[in-house]
Ligand binder design. Structure first.
Ligand code: NI
Length: 137
């Protein structure tokens, strides 16, 4: 961040979106709108850049909530993870409630493989939420 030039821009944005953005960043503790917008832009670039570069490295985590009462699902999800063991350095399983399990799967490997893994998990019946968060060092 040394010698960084700063540009001033003017953008159009729906009033409601801006109000929600301002409410939200206040709760997050941002002192200025500029800093929040910069962070939002950086997130968008990081995420979409990785999505566009198929062969890039994907480092991050898959967070997934599933219904463990669905017959055979837990086994199926485990089988999938075994097939992708080369890109899963670690995972954590948390029993959330009577029927819900949370799994956090660390991923590190070829972007395409990471995406394939997330996609396979996502399509299983009983998987309620799945989020792939990629971080770029
Ligand atoms: Ni569980």
């Amino acid at each position: 961040m040394v010698d960084e030039q700063v540009a001033r821009i003017s953008i159009s944005i729906p009033v409601d979106l801006l109000r929600r953005f301002d409410d939200h960043i206040k709760r997050l503790g941002y002192e200025s709108r500029s800093k929040a917008v910069q962070d939002a832009l950086q997130s968008l670039i990081t995420e979409s850049k990785w999505m566009c570069e198929k062969m890039g490295e994907g480092i991050g985590a898959i967070t997934m909530v599933y219904d463990h009462e669905v017959k055979g699902l837990e086994e199926e999800l485990t089988d999938i993870q075994h097939r992708f063991e080369n890109i899963i350095p670690s995972s954590m399983h948390i029993h959330l409630s009577q029927d819900n399990c949370l799994e956090i799967i660390a991923v590190k490997g070829k972007g395409q493989d990471v995406r394939d893994l997330a996609q396979e998990l996502r399509t299983k019946k009983g998987v309620k939420h799945i989020k792939l968060a990629i971080v770029t060092p």
